[in-house]
Structures are given as structure tokens and as C-alpha cells.
Design a protein around this ligand. Structure first.
Ligand SMILES: Cc1ncc(C[n+]2csc(CCOP(=O)(O)OP(=O)(O)O)c2C)c(N)n1
Ligand SMILES: [Mg+2]
Length: 356
């Protein structure tokens, strides 16, 4: 699409106006800033669990979520995020403050300090959340989106999952169900070339995961996961198809996990030359350079967006650090659906600490 006047809100590229391109840049920088701050908090001893980075994958999460109808009243599209999709989580309306509260296991967080990182749910904002067993969310999302189709709700669900997850039985069962039932579901495949320390070449003989999708008769395409506009456009095509009743799809986002599996993993098994190649394709640097070269942004406007994103993240992190850890007495709150039910301590005929 040819460039048009940047000031009047008309589309410049991929159907997006200048303000939207800036929004994408902001979202990319915010995701990276949040994870960088998290790494610092981890080193300072504030984070009890693991810290999982999406360095080099930010354009995937951001470009994908940007293609959705995002609402905060429970009527919009939905995602099942992974730990490497915080950029999508924030775009859907998940707050950086809640993200830090989760990682820091604060009483004030979405799970009250019971679960770590991105394991949280906010149905009104379309966040279905992940579960840890790899591949399992594909079937769950197939089920949810099947309900959209049956109720004739024009809603679409994105389920993110890693390339390693494609080797689980649950992944195949879920995908086949989505294909056969023509669910309005799009699988966002995070093809980052690693599963822990296992390279992709040891988990599949295929050169593209789109061929796994083709095996179930699904529409699938590959996008450059380091190019936020390519991800956005590919996702939009799949989402539009799904919404129009043409069935489930897959978008394979090709990029590279530039950090270890989590903070504890120093990547000693990774060839530094390979890392260097992918550093040169950094999604934020690339998109920033494109915005400048096309005249869609200036050095000053990019610097201002970056400063604003970093401020948002810094304030959220500072607030979360200052908030309290949960009291032990609340350990079983919301574990059972009936909050008025007797606690297991009672069942075991031991003293109920909440009644002490
Ligand atoms: C069914 C199952 N098997 C093993 C694990 C342990 N596990 C957690 S993350 C992970 C690697 C995931 O790799 P991938 O799906 O490629 O995602 P990435 O970490 O690269 O984003 C494994 C094996 C698990 N959570 N679930
Ligand atoms: Mg992987």
C-alpha cells in the first residue's frame, strides 16, 4: 500500500496510520523494558521463580495482538499467552503493574501471589492465560472458540505456543479438533529454534511447522517474526479468515530465542556467531530504522515513545516492589471455587488457622 499523508490519520502501510505505527513501537519498547527491569529485580533477589525473556521475539507478541479486536468488557477477541508473549499481554490491557506483582508474588497481584509470571486470567480483557503442560492450551482454545462459532459470536482466539510444544500429543489433538470443527482459532507458533537446550533440528525433520498444520488441513503461513508489520499482516489475514467462518489457522513466527530458557540458563550450548546474526535482526532496531527511513517518525518522536514506555515500566516496578507479600493464612483463598467452603484443614480435622 503506498504511503499517504502521515498527519491526517490515513494508512501509511499495512492499513495502519502513523499513530498506530507509533503505538506498535511503544508496545515493542515497553515489552523489552519490562523484561529488562525484571532481570534487574531478579538479580536483586526480588523474584522467587524464573525469569523468561522474549528478547528478539517481541515483534511476534506485539504484531499478533495488534491484529485483534481488543476490548475490556469481555466481548472482544481472546488470547492464551505464553511466558514469552508479555508484549501481547500488555496490548490486551494486562497492566505492567500486575505483571510485576505476579513475578514478585505480591498479595496484590492477580493471583494473590500464588502463581508466577504470566499465569493469570482476565476474561474481560480477553486473557485466557496459559497452563504449564505444553500444547494443552491448543485444545482448550479450540473448545472456547468452538463455543464462539456455535453462539455465532464474531470472536477469534489466538493461542500462542512454542516450537517444542508441537511435539506433544495434546498439540496435535487440539489442532485437529480446531481444524475439523472450523474453530475461529489461530495458533501463533513461536518458532524460536529452541526448547530448553534442544535445537529444533532434533525435534522435527520439517523445515517449517506450517507443514504440521497442513497435515490437518489447516491454513498456515510463515512470517518474519522479527518484523512487526509482517507478523501483524499475517495474523490479520488468519484472524479475518477465522472470523469470516473459514476456519482455524496457524501463523509461524520465525525468529530466535536470544536468551537462555530462563534466567538460570547461560546458553553455553549456543553458538555466539548465530546469536550475532539474530542480534543484527533485532525487531526494535529494525522497526525503528524503518520508521525513520520512511519518514513515519523522527529521532525525537521515537526517543519520546521510548522514554514514556520506560517510565510506565519503572513506575509499575517500583510500586510492585513496595507492596506486601501474601499472608500464609490466605494460601487457600480461591483455590476452591466455593470460597465459603470449609478449608482442607477442617476436613483433616486440624485447626483452621483462619478461625484462630
Ligand atoms: C508436556 C510438557 N513437557 C515438558 C514440559 C517442561 N518444559 C517447560 S518449557 C519447555 C520447553 C519449551 O520449549 P518451546 O515449546 O519451544 O517454548 P520456548 O521455551 O522455546 O518458548 C519444557 C520442555 C512441560 N511444561 N510440559
Ligand atoms: Mg521454542
Amino acid at each position: 500500500m503506498p504511503a499517504t499523508n502521515p498527519t491526517d490519520g490515513t494508512a501509511l502501510v499495512a492499513g495502519l496510520a502513523e499513530s498506530q505505527l507509533h503505538e506498535l513501537y511503544y508496545a515493542l519498547v515497553r515489552a523489552r523494558a519490562a523484561e529488562e527491569r525484571l532481570e534487574v529485580l531478579h538479580k536483586q533477589g526480588h523474584v522467587g521463580g524464573g525469569v523468561y525473556r522474549s528478547l528478539g521475539q517481541e515483534a511476534g507478541a506485539v504484531g499478533a495482538a495488534y491484529a485483534l479486536n481488543r476490548r475490556s468488557d469481555g466481548s472482544g477477541d481472546i488470547i492464551a499467552q505464553t511466558v514469552r508473549a508479555c508484549g501481547a499481554l500488555f496490548l490486551m490491557g494486562g497492566k505492567p503493574l500486575d505483571f510485576f506483582r505476579q513475578y514478585l508474588a505480591r498479595a496484590t497481584g492477580p493471583t494473590g501471589g500464588k502463581e508466577a509470571n504470566v499465569h493469570w486470567v482476565d476474561y474481560r480483557r480477553g486473557l485466557v492465560g496459559p497452563v504449564s503442560p505444553l500444547g494443552t492450551m491448543v485444545g482448550v482454545m479450540a473448545g472456547i472458540t468452538l463455543s464462539f462459532r456455535l453462539k455465532q459470536e464474531p470472536r477469534v482466539g489466538l493461542v500462542f505456543c512454542g516450537d517444542g510444544a508441537t511435539s506433544t500429543g495434546a498439540w496435535h489433538e487440539g489442532l485437529n479438533l480446531a481444524a475439523v470443527q472450523r474453530c475461529p482459532m489461530v495458533l501463533m507458533l513461536e518458532a524460536n529454534q529452541w526448547a530448553f537446550s534442544t535445537p529444533t533440528r532434533k525435534t522435527t525433520r520439517l523445515e517449517s511447522f506450517t507443514r504440521k498444520a497442513a497435515g490437518y488441513g489447516l491454513h498456515a503461513e510463515s512470517v518474519d517474526g522479527t518484523d512487526v508489520l509482517d507478523v501483524y499482516e499475517g495474523t490479520k489475514r488468519a484472524v479475518d479468515r477465522a472470523r469470516a467462518g473459514q476456519g482455524a489457522g496457524m501463523v509461524e513466527m520465525r525468529y530466535y530465542r536470544r536468551k537462555g530458557h530462563a534466567q538460570h540458563d547461560n546458553q553455553e550450548y549456543v553458538d555466539p556467531a548465530e546469536l550475532k546474526v539474530w542480534e543484527e535482526r533485532d525487531p526494535i532496531t529494525r522497526f525503528g530504522a524503518r520508521l525513520l527511513s520512511e519518514g513515519w517518525a523522527t529521532q525525537e518522536s521515537l526517543a519520546a515513545l521510548k522514554a514514556r514506555a520506560e517510565d510506565e515500566v519503572r513506575l509499575a516496578a517500583e510500586q510492585a516492589v513496595g507492596e506486601p507479600a501474601p499472608e500464609g493464612v490466605h494460601a487457600l483463598d480461591a483455590v476452591y471455587t466455593d470460597r465459603g467452603a470449609k478449608t482442607p484443614w477442617t476436613r483433616l480435622e486440624q485447626p483452621d488457622p483462619t478461625q484462630a
